[in-house]
Ligand binder design. Structure first.
Ligand code: ATP
Ligand code: MG
Length: 348
């Protein structure tokens, strides 16, 4: 899958800009605050129907009433034309091939991408919620029907928690337990499968791009270990007294996590800043292998990497279409042997 072009009108600092991209590596270069991250955010918006960090209205240029995006994406030889429109009067319209899109899953079904941005290093440092969100997003991109499973799980969980808070001995909790066990086990199995694959791919990337001396592993930590829906249900039941005492559901996929281990030790606890960044980059690049030819959107991935690692990252990206932003000077990148003939440079 490749993005051929995108037109931005009043999207953040871009008043009217048209960008074209080639297959392979596209380096978007520009000074700080020139709009590199905004360009990638615009592409992300086309693929997701929303920004990952801001409300729709905040994406509109300060001096404008609306923004428009118009992107052309090719999947095998088929062109998808994506049009997005958002204004300050709460109008929002996303069209793909002239058909209006109303659900995120419709976009995720069509477009495959990996998005790395500077805050992606939070994946190691932050609390489990960030890691669950990352994992569930990857799963939703591979299996868009899972979005509904996540929503239904959240609904069932909220109902069960409300029930636990106002528990009366006559009440019957079983209906919530059955629902949570059904959905929770489904989510658990998918997460376990993806973590296993991601761990293998991350090891490969770690070895090819970064480190030969150390190892990396990703291990899923389930708060309810189970090998069947029935077992999950039984485990949920066992926690009933505890759940009543705390007033919420203490076990289940909403409490799970995954550990990132470098040399078998928790990266969060022991790794250096540099290693944490490398681990996160490795995981994101590895996630590309979960999809068939996704587009890589890599915001500021070079910072803090030495030239050899930058080169290795570029080599890995050659198998995909990659759009990589950097605030480095073009001359410096040429001098370091990083810009070679087949790289398309977009200067902001
Ligand atoms: N809604 C908006 N309207 C106008 N300008 C905006 C809006 N939102 C953000 N900006 C501005 O866009 C500019 C470019 O931001 P962006 O994050 O894309 O820069 P960048 O090129 O990625 O810089 P860096 O190299 O520092 O990461 C910033 O100065 C920011 O203030
Ligand atoms: Mg930026």
């Amino acid at each position: 899958m490749i993005i051929k072009s995108i037109y931005l009108e009043n999207f953040r600092n871009h008043r009217e800009r048209f960008f074209e991209f080639k297959n392979g590596i596209n380096l978007v270069l520009g000074k700080n605050a020139s709009g590199k991250s905004n360009l990638l955010e615009a592409i992300y918006f086309c693929f997701c129907g929303k920004s990952f960090k801001a409300k729709d209205v905040n994406l509109i240029n300060f001096e404008s009433e609306y923004f428009k995006l118009d992107a052309s994406v090719f999947d095998n030889d088929f062109e998808h034309r994506i049009l997005c429109y958002v204004d300050r009067f709460f109008q929002k319209k996303i069209m793909v091939n002239e058909k209006r899109i109303s659900r995120l899953s419709e976009l995720l079904e069509k477009f495959r991408f990996v998005y790395f941005e500077p805050d992606s290093t939070e994946l190691v440092k932050q609390d489990p919620k960030v890691r669950r969100k990352f994992l569930d997003m990857e799963i939703s991109k591979i299996y868009p029907y899972m979005i509904k499973t996540y929503q239904d799980y959240q609904k069932a969980l909220m109902s069960r928690n409300a029930f636990l808070k106002s528990y009366d001995k006559k009440d019957i909790i079983d209906v919530y337990d059955v629902e949570l066990a059904k959905l929770g086990y489904k989510i658990y199995k998918k997460r376990e499968e993806i973590v296993k694959r991601l761990s293998e791919f991350t090891k490969q990337v770690w070895y090819d791009v970064f480190e030969h001396r150390s190892t990396i592993d990703i291990v899923y930590r389930a708060s309810i270990e189970s090998s069947s829906q029935e077992e999950y249900y039984t485990e949920l039941k066992k926690r009933f007294e505890k759940d009543i005492k705390f007033g919420f559901t203490t076990g289940g996929v909403h409490r799970d996590d995954f550990d990132i281990l470098i040399n078998s030790k928790s990266a969060k606890e022991y790794a250096s800043e540099g290693q944490i960044k490398l681990a996160c980059i490795a995981i994101y690049l590895a996630s590309a292998k979960l999809f068939e030819r996704p587009i890589l959107l890599l915001d500021d991935i070079f910072s803090e990497l030495d030239d050899e690692r930058k080169k290795n990252v570029l080599d890995l990206c050659r198998d995909y279409q990659a759009i990589i932003t950097s605030a480095e000077e073009k001359e410096n990148l040429i001098a370091a042997g990083l810009i070679e003939g087949d790289i398309n440079v977009v200067q902001l």
